[in-house]
Design a protein around this ligand. Structure first.
Ligand code: FAD
Ligand code: 2HG
Ligand code: ZN
Length: 491
């Protein structure tokens, strides 16, 4: 059978169907409180629906079993059994992924990491944290805050996403500009392969050139070759002084000038440079009712954050940066946070966009890397195309409610979001594959940080050549010969 959400995808008949005996086996293995069951045996437990549908409510699977192992040994037993029985599985962390990768397509068993939630160790001298995959990002960061350190990744979903999920998607987030990618900060990890092998690559060393760096394969592979059970990560000292400025600009040309000025003038204390267009900020006003921090309206807004060790010195630098860019007519108006409350409030104008969009209905999301000069042109071109096709207009009869652009300017990473009243195949066909062709022409990436999951499974060829895709398939077959790990997704 095919799944309603994925009309072109057929269930792989080589996979077994879950039986009452399988469920009894798993309950015996993990204890009954570690399983959410629906419809396989008579003892339906908790609500299984949240594990079947994704954050955007766009993708929905039909699992009847969710397992919550508590450590790598339990994961190993579960996967070994699934591999022998050819039962397909989906690793799942906080289920905040935005490409439909964390939910089943058909009846795959969900292996959820929420019970693997212990911090194993922290060494203040090296700054290395070792923690289970199911630790929530914000919990890890709080733990580090108490020890004057910082998790080198921050993103809007921090209250729900798991660090194992972050590593598996190679999440980028709001401060990649400063702290780099997880490919650099993850020093080691522990993972379980489908045949039950526990890969102990939990090195805490900063330097380790002893052959292939195999842990890198798990970073960003979206649960397709194994399940990550623990992570060792390099954490920087928590900056003593953090400041933020929020400003309005009249053109994208000026946004680029402001970015160059911020890099030049704020240099080592610059920790984020984020872009929001006017439409995205209007959506935040509409959904939160909050008063906008600037009086006038601008087509573009930027948020600049500095992190350093001397509040006075940093504030002085940030003030003089703002004076300069305003004096030169690059920035039209701006504010600086004066206290922690204002700091949080200004960040919410950026972090709250995804949430605000989610109230409008459905959202088509394109998370792209393109050279900086062209970054915003994609939003303009997309809007023009959808308008020309008659999808954008002022009243409720038009399917598109908003075309917005925002993102991590400092990483050349744009989020183009097209909000629709409800998911609409005609609108989707007008955007795809046009958007991917647009990106390919500029040698960009069709997924800068969210991954491919099921949403972009057809489109990998726009960013990877045939040789690369072939090598990926060979690796997949080596690690997962029965193909039970997160099937129907990008590989
Ligand atoms: P899930 O959604 O549960 O899973 C994501 C993928 O990883 C799936 O393919 C799943 O199978 C796999 N997976 C999960 N855990 C494991 C594991 N232990 N082992 C192997 N595979 C696993 N992303 C960014 O990059 N930058 C952002 O700024 C950002 N902001 C966001 C803001 C909001 C409001 C939301 C809702 C999402 C945002 N995201 C962002 C996307 C998402 O939060 C991240 O991709 C996050 O890293 C996913 O973590 P998770 O635990 O929720 O993983
Ligand atoms: C962000 O940067 C996230 O806010 C989410 O990556 C982007 O919702 C999106 O498209
Ligand atoms: Zn992002």
């Amino acid at each position: 059978y095919t799944s309603d959400a994925y009309p072109n995808v057929k269930r792989n008949p080589n996979f077994a169907e879950l039986s009452a005996d399988d469920v009894a086996h798993f309950k015996e293995l993990l204890g009954s409180q570690s399983a959410v069951i629906d419809g396989v045996t008579t003892d339906a437990t908790d609500d299984i629906e949240p594990f079947n549908s994704d954050w955007m409510r766009k993708y929905r699977g039909h699992t009847r079993l969710v397992l919550k192992p508590k450590d790598a040994q339990e994961v190993s037993k579960v996967l070994k059994y699934c591999n022998e029985r050819k039962l397909a599985v989906v690793p799942q962390g906080g289920n905040t992924g935005l490409v439909g990768g964390s939910v089943p397509v058909f009846d795959e068993i969900v292996i959820n990491t929420s019970r693997m939630n212990q911090i194993r160790s922290f060494d203040a001298a090296s700054g290395v944290l070792v923690a289970d995959a199911g630790v929530i990002l914000e919990v890890a960061d709080q733990y580090l805050a108490e020890r004057e350190h910082l998790f080198p990744l921050d993103l809007g979903a921090k209250g729900s996403c798991h660090i194992g999920g972050n590593v598996s998607t190679n999440a980028g987030g709001l401060r990649l500009l400063r702290y780099g990618s997880l490919h650099g900060s993850v020093l080691g990890l522990e993972a379980v392969l489908p045949d039950g092998t526990v890969v102990d690559a939990l090195s805490t060393l900063r330097k380790n050139n002893t052959g292939y760096d195999l842990k890198q394969l798990f970073i960003g592979s979206e649960g397709t070759i194994g399940l990550v059970t623990a992570v060792a990560i390099q954490c920087p000292p928590r900056p003593k002084a953090v400041n933020v400025a929020y400003f309005g600009l009249e053109s994208f040309e000026q946004v680029q000038q402001a970015y160059l000025a911020a890099k030049g003038q704020l240099s080592e204390i610059l920790s984020a440079f984020e872009l929001m267009d006017g439409r995205s900020q209007k959506l935040v006003i509409e959904s939160t009712g909050n008063k906008h921090p600037l009086e006038g309206e601008y087509p573009f807004y930027c948020l600049v954050e500095t992190s350093g060790s001397n509040a006075e010195h940093d504030m002085e630098k940030l003030e003089s940066f703002l004076e300069n860019v305003m004096g030169e007519g690059i920035v039209a108006d701006g504010v600086l946070a004066q206290d922690e409350t204002q700091f949080q409030a200004l960040w919410r104008w950026r972090e709250g966009i995804t949430e605000s969009l989610s109230h409008l209905g459905g959202t088509y999301k394109y998370d792209v890397s393109i050279p900086l000069a062209d970054l915003y042109q994609l939003v303009e071109d997309c809007k023009a195309r959808l308008t020309e096709k008659g999808f954008v207009g002022d009243d409720d009869s038009f399917p598109v409610r908003a075309v917005v652009g925002y993102g991590h300017m400092g990483d050349s990473n744009l989020h183009l979001n097209v909000a629709v009243r409800q998911y609409n195949k005609e609108v989707e066909k007008a955007i795809e594959p046009w958007v991917y062709e647009w990106i390919q022409k500029r040698q960009g990436s069709i997924s800068a940080e969210h991954g491919l999951g099921v949403a972009k499974r057809e489109f990998i060829g726009y960013s990877q050549n045939e040789t690369m895709v072939k090598l990926m398939k060979q690796l997949k077959n080596l690690y997962d010969p029965n193909g039970i790990m997160n099937p129907y997704k990008y590989i």
